[in-house]
Write a protein that binds this ligand. Structure first.
Ligand SMILES: *Cc1c(COP(=O)(O)O)cnc(C)c1O
Length: 377
């Protein structure tokens, strides 16, 4: 049996090595390393895949969020609502732009923010909402878009963990996550579901005016070379990464499919373990299982993770600390600020390996060891 890893990028690469190597060598031969034709080709392919009007590639998922916020002409002190149970980048860019992150609760079963959670946080200063489609399934986008409309707010979807997930509206319309809000953002960090072999990111929008702004900001605030309209930044996806992504995009649906098979097998085998709660599916979203995240009673989490580690099975905690407890964001909350649901999640969640290259025998072994742990206690 192979060493079990949280992600196995080596085996994944080996399966598509010929295609990837050819594409990388072609890019090297072209020496068009920045803004080469392949970057546009990839953006076009992703537009088709997501059924969205504009895909604007950039340097990473954090930049994507930052540029998205910069494109909305917000003023210092404007409030932006985001979940407090997410990766740091979501709130970091809000704070970096001198906006105020309003860090909220999440639904303890789907791990995502909802319209009901957001509503009481809306003030006259609220300008935008950043829902995060955590672990690979959509937030309640219909509710969130209705709320945004009611209060005239922008919605930026942080889709770094859910690319390829589909959300169904009440009227039956199906949309890809990241294409529902005013702007969607994603990351192509290597371990993401659509990952490159370095850093990369992108923004999505159906709005021509916003697309123009995003493009301009990512390119030093210029539309015409050497004429800078606004203070922008330098955020580009390089051609080699675009060439790799253009190939991997063809495999994305299959990767999601394989992740779902793995998740289903975990579900079936863990259903009878009373100390574990299985990841709940959002009823109107597909799941692409960026992470397979369970909840376990807090007293057992450390010993379970330790037991798995001794047996060469990695398990990770995403995320151990609520964002409002991070020193970096201490100025935005009182020291006794606490959200019970999020505190609880931070002490109960753990994620098991889920990726596209796992061997059946490896998953069987993981299941066997998890089961053994609970049989022994
Ligand atoms: C990975 C991730 C990001 C940031 O992406 P980078 O490419 O690492 O900058 C932002 N938000 C979420 C939810 C992520 O998982």
């Amino acid at each position: 049996m192979k060493n079990i890893q949280m992600v196995d990028l080596k085996s994944q690469y080996n399966k598509i090595k010929d295609q990837i190597d050819t594409a990388v060598i072609q890019t090297l031969e072209s020496t068009s390393f920045i803004n080469g034709p392949i970057v546009k080709e990839f953006a076009d392919s992703l537009e088709d895949y997501l059924d969205v009007k504009h895909v604007i590639p950039c340097a990473n998922g954090t930049d994507a969020l930052q540029i998205a916020l910069m494109a909305l002409s917000l003023k210092p002190g404007d409030e932006v609502i985001c979940p407090s149970f997410t990766y740091v980048a979501t709130a970091e860019v809000i704070s970096l732009l001198s906006l105020t992150p309003v860090m909220t609760d999440v639904d303890p079963d789907t791990f995502n923010i909802t319209a009901d959670i957001i509503r009481p946080h809306i003030t006259s200063k609220t300008k935008a909402i950043v829902p995060v489609h955590l672990y690979g399934q959509s937030s309640d986008m219909e509710g969130i878009m209705d709320l945004a409309k009611e209060f005239g707010l922008y919605v930026i979807e942080d889709n770094a963990q859910a690319i390829g997930a589909k959300y169904t509206f009440r009227d039956g319309t199906v949309k890809n996550t990241g294409t529902i809000g005013h702007i969607g953002t994603t990351s192509f960090f290597p371990s993401k579901n659509l990952g490159c072999y370095g850093d990369g990111g992108a923004m999505f929008t159906n709005d021509d005016e916003i697309a123009k702004n995003l493009k301009m900001i990512a390119n030093h605030g210029q539309e015409v070379r050497y004429y800078h309209k606004v203070t922008g930044c330098n955020s580009r996806l390089d051609s080699i990464q675009a060439a790799i992504l253009n190939i991997k995009l063809n495999h994305l649906d299959n990767y999601s499919f394989l992740r779902n098979i793995m998740a289903k097998k975990y579900d079936e085998n863990f259903l009878e373990i009373p100390e574990l709660s299985l990841p709940k599916r959002q009823f109107n979203s597909t799941h692409v299982f960026h992470q397979y995240t369970l909840k376990v009673i807090p007293e057992l989490r450390n010993s379970l993770i330790e037991f798995l580690k001794v047996n060469n099975i990695p398990a990770m905690i995403y995320y151990p600390v609520p964002l409002y407890k991070q020193e970096a964001f201490s100025s935005f909350v009182n020291s006794d600020f606490e959200i019970p649901n999020v505190e609880k999640l931070c002490s109960t969640v753990f994620s098991l390996p889920i990726h596209t290259e796992i061997e059946n025998s490896s998953q069987d072994y993981i299941i066997q060891k998890v089961t053994e742990f609970f049989n022994k206690i």
